[in-house]
Design a protein around this ligand. Structure first.
Ligand SMILES: O=C(O)C(=O)CO
Length: 375
């Protein structure tokens, strides 16, 4: 992979075969595309092998520096960003009038100022669908980790304390997600009920979850037909599927899984009031955005045992989470550093989609996953 100065000259090879239609407005001068991270040898050729693109790549294996980005996006027709790159007025103003498309290698777009994108008539590509299974997998993993005290028990082993921890009937027990003769029903609750929540539900049903409740954007219309179809798909195991208010979500769920968009509207939606209403044996999982959960309230809930445990892929303020963060002091808080979509297969899918999106946007063609900015 080139290069040391961050610039990749286009090669003389034929344009990528998947995108051969070049719109009439594309001039013979290659269009500049800035790429904020190396997408690897399987994906970069989608961009670098095109004669009609001049690729400028951030050359380091860490988040792109703002200064470098602002310097290089001047005159760009497309920019391929990560969730660590803030796309705001400054960014768009600096890029200037040639800019046609921003493509983010993420399903979330809280780092992008949508109003500014729409106001300037720009297009935004993102990467939905391809990461659904990976994030659903990790949501279940975190729920199991939280229930089964994984953080606490792995620490015992890592710290050489296993010899003192002799097996005993009820040591290190936690609540079981799957149903048993003693607890024949289990309710999973989702904050947000999009495709990742639905894929997580499918997995939870195979663990014996019997009931599902969810709370989603109150301004979007109820999706009764969709819910009927989901219920039918999971019968006879799943007995009910209901849209509920936040209060019911907190009170009735054995597992609460947060899979809703971040941003101002959902900031700290999981707060002290919500956590106090949860069942004592319930666990909270956040695989969406850190801002949805008030970290101080969650640390208090764990410390004072209002809930059993938590599984977090995201924390507000990440990645600047130091060792003295209140959540890190809680043994029943299982934390991983935003790796929800981190499987080889999924990241390859996301990178490919992001590259195809930026090409489509620059050429004025169809983008495989373009965010609808009209609503
Ligand atoms: O795609 C996203 O929005 C992420 O958070 C990366 O997993």
């Amino acid at each position: 992979m080139p290069s040391t100065n961050g610039s990749i000259a286009s090669t003389s090879r034929a344009p990528h075969s998947r995108l051969t239609t070049i719109s009439s407005h594309v001039s013979s001068k290659p269009s500049k595309v800035v790429v904020c991270r190396d997408l690897g040898p399987d994906v970069m050729p989608i961009l670098t092998e095109r004669k009609d693109l001049e690729v400028v790549l951030w050359p380091e294996d860490r988040a792109c520096e703002r200064e470098w980005l602002l310097k290089n996006i001047k005159g760009a027709a497309g920019v391929l960003v990560m969730i660590t790159d803030i796309v705001n007025e400054e960014f768009l103003e600096t890029a200037g009038p040639n800019l046609r498309v921003v493509s983010t290698m993420s399903v979330g777009y809280e780092h992008v100022d949508l109003k500014q994108i729409a106001k300037r008539g720009l297009r935004l590509g993102y990467t939905p669908a391809v990461l659904t299974d990976a994030v659903a997998d990790i949501s279940i993993m975190l729920a199991l980790m939280a229930g089964r005290n994984v953080n606490e028990t792995m620490a015992i082993v890592r710290e050489g304390q296993w010899p003192k921890f002799t097996w005993s009937p009820f040591a290190m027990c936690g609540p079981q997600i799957s149903t048993t003769a003693h607890s024949p029903s289990r309710t999973i609750g989702f904050l947000g009920f999009g495709r990742i929540s639905q894929a997580t539900l499918s997995r939870a049903v195979s663990f014996g979850v019997t009931d599902c409740i969810y709370h989603s954007n109150p301004s979007s219309p109820p999706k009764l037909e969709r819910d009927q179809a989901i219920l039918k798909q999971h019968q006879p195991q799943l007995k009910s599927l209901r849209s509920v208010d936040l209060d019911t979500l907190a009170r009735e769920s054995d597992v609460v899984i947060v899979l809703a968009p971040g941003g101002e509207k959902t900031k700290h939606i999981i707060n002290e009031e919500f956590l106090r209403k949860m069942k004592k044996h319930a666990v909270l999982v956040n695989a969406a955005r850190g801002t949805l959960v008030d970290s101080d309230a969650l640390a208090k809930a764990l410390r004072e045992k209002w809930i059993w445990g938590a599984g977090l892929d995201v924390i507000e303020g990440e990645p600047n989470i130091s060792a003295d963060h209140p959540l890190l002091k809680e043994p029943r808080c299982n934390i991983v550093p935003h790796i929800g979509s981190a499987t080889f297969e999924t990241r390859l899918g996301m990178a490919t989609l992001a590259a195809d999106n930026v090409v489509g946007g620059i050429l004025g063609d169809k983008m495989p996953a373009e965010l609808d900015l009209s609503s």
